[in-house]
Design a protein around this ligand. Sequence first.
Ligand SMILES: [Zn+2]
Length: 131
Amino acid sequence: MASFHNNSAQLVKDAADIVEVIGEHVTLQKRGANYLGLCPFHSEKTPSFSVNPTKQFYHCFGCKESGDVLSFMMKLHNMTFPDVLRDLARRYGVQLTEMALSPEEQERLRKREVLYKANALDKAVSYPASQ
Ligand SMILES: [Zn+2]
């Protein structure tokens, strides 16, 4: 198992365009400074999913889902953090330095991921598909 240097996430976020990445999964319309679309995380007919290109984050006013381009990909595709980083880094030409993790670090990473998934699952249960 390998991980990345601490600034890797920032490098990838700087290089990636959140509107472009999310726009491949959600039809976005420009609304003022932001982009608006139908939320991919809950079922809706009126767009309440907002993407802010300046701050590079998204927020849904319906299910309160929010985050950056990395957490969007993790939640939408159920990918792990390192997988999303690798994916976007390759796409945007960011050079990542992978490094070996100590067992403690691996454990910490694993726990964080479990928490993250539990949280996402919790939201899916709290917001069933409805009109
Ligand atoms: Zn939503």
